[in-house]
Design a protein. Structure first.
Length: 117
């Protein structure tokens, strides 16, 4: 199983980035996908998640209205569109695949997002 994040980088406050997470080695359409972020040694926090068929999403209060999660089951890829970025959004962003029946979960290696002028 591989989850490979991409799209991170340096962006100015107010800017946008789109992260992608390409998944292989599992039946993508059977997994709930989510994005998480972590700053230094702090606890990893949930940014948002998207249901198996993509009809349901939920977001952390800190990103609601600015970030959008989507998935393409044909491409085995989940996306995180991040708009109106703030310095406090700086973190390593990880995607996670969770099989809701078995609770098996898999993580990507993370991609750094830095918001700074």
């Amino acid at each position: 199983v591989q989850l490979v994040e991409s799209g991170g980088g340096l962006v100015q406050p107010g800017g946008s980035l789109r992260l992608s997470c390409a998944v292989s080695g599992l039946t993508f359409s059977r997994f709930v996908m989510s994005w998480h972020r972590q700053v230094g040694g702090k606890e990893r926090e949930l940014v948002g998640s998207i249901s198996i068929v993509g009809g349901g999403t939920n977001y952390a209060a800190s990103v609601k209205g600015r970030f959008t999660i989507s998935r393409d089951n044909a491409k085995n890829t989940v996306y995180l569109q991040m708009n109106s970025l703030k310095p406090e959004d700086t973190a390593v962003y990880y995607c996670k695949a969770l099989q809701p029946v078995s609770n098996y979960e898999f993580w990507g290696q993370g991609t750094q997002v830095t918001v700074s002028s």
